[in-house]
Design a protein around this ligand. Sequence first.
Ligand SMILES: Nc1ncnc2c1ncn2[C@@H]1O[C@H](COP(=O)(O)OP(=O)(O)OP(=O)(O)O)[C@@H](O)[C@H]1O
Ligand SMILES: [Mg+2]
Length: 468
Amino acid sequence: MFAETAAKAQEVRDVTRIERIGAHSHIRGLGLDDAIDPRAVSQGMVGQAKARRAAGVMLEMIKEGKIAGRAVLLAGQPGTGKTAIAMGLAQSLGIDTPFTVISGSEVFSLEMSKTEALTQAFRKSIGVRIQEETEIIEGEVVEIQIDRPVSGAGNKVGKLTLKSTDMETAYDLGQKMIECLSREKIQAGDIITIDKATGKINKLGRSFTRARDYDATGAQTKFVQCPEGELQKRKEVTHTVTLHEIDVMNSRSQGFLALFSGDTGEIKHEVREQINAKVAEWREEGKAQIIPGVLFIDEVHMLDIECFSYLNRALESDLAPILIMASNRGVTKIRGTSHESAHGVPMDLLDRSIIISTTPYDEEDIKRILKIRCEEEDVEMNPDALLVLTKIGVETSLRYAIQLITTANLVCQKRKGTEVTVNDVKRVYTLFLDEIRSSAYLKEYQNHFMFSESEPEVEKEAKPMDTT
Ligand SMILES: Nc1ncnc2c1ncn2[C@@H]1O[C@H](COP(=O)(O)OP(=O)(O)OP(=O)(O)O)[C@@H](O)[C@H]1O
Ligand SMILES: [Mg+2]
């Protein structure tokens, strides 16, 4: 048991460590109160009040689960929190509501057609909640009796006696169940459930009648009542799967193992049609419920005109999720055409979308975000250093300032300091260039770059860089 908890704790720790590296790991929600008003600093979210409130309204709509096929475009300059808001929204949705994230450019790099990639993304964002009845045995353990074979080899057999308030029954145990019982450290006085189909044992707690055995119980022991009535019970369980998962499991060429590798290939149109029909049937019989989730397409301007026209049509089907897009482009060419449009998104899709715009942060907000990032990365930074970093954030960009937190902390660790000081920040500021200084440097030393590399191509390559 200890080894197991230790292993679990290890797992959890690993997971948080991996998350910590992420750019948005400090975001835990949208930070709204019950009236959908944004709190100044909450759940890792700072400022950007209007956009957060708008996202909150969307969140309510999604949670209701009735409306599908709506499109939202988050539009604003780079680094103004578009992706952060989408992540906050994802965190606020329950685990049952599917949330799929893709990046616009992703559809071009998969080994499948663009529309197939989009179809899969759409179907990954639709949940199907399936109700199922299972039989369980629930009772208080009276006695566990295990007979070891005399020779020491061979299978163990045994008996498990369970009782409810009304009855008591003995069940025969096989090798596997015995292993389960000892793994879960089940002993007399525990209340357990056994799933009849799978044999899975679940410990609910200790019986109240044992509450007086002080010595044997720790502080965390949960006491429960001995179950009433029959030992065997029917219980409703619900699973939520996505349409895509159903597709993959039913596609003969793939098999469900493809779900783990993610290498699902293209799925035949007929398979999907059949599944849609089946799901519709389940819905009518009340066995299943559709949960429209969210598909988030970041950097949506990277999609081309064919993808956009697919999106238009897909949004109008009744099995469509809520589509959230983000773009940091102004008026620009729509990929695959020579026409320009706002955010690089065609008019007809813009017309179907509601647009949430994000605005640049002021000094106070930048300071707060940097502070949150310091906490997230476990970096101690003294107030002066934070002030300098904030100034850097205002002059250059929020992202650049966030990058300097980790690097400044490394410099601090190297000199065996306990908190990051102004000098550490200055040090990394001179070591790592921000975009403005980097392009200024390129401009200034353009000639030098050309001469040091004798290849004429380099000149061509270097030029576009200094225009950005
Ligand atoms: N309101 C906010 N509260 C807390 N952190 C934020 C907020 N807005 C942005 N951030 C953080 O600042 C960084 C940059 O924001 P983000 O990546 O969301 O920008 P973006 O608008 O998606 O930019 P781009 O257009 O370049 O993709 C991220 O690490 C993000 O988590
Ligand atoms: Mg982004």
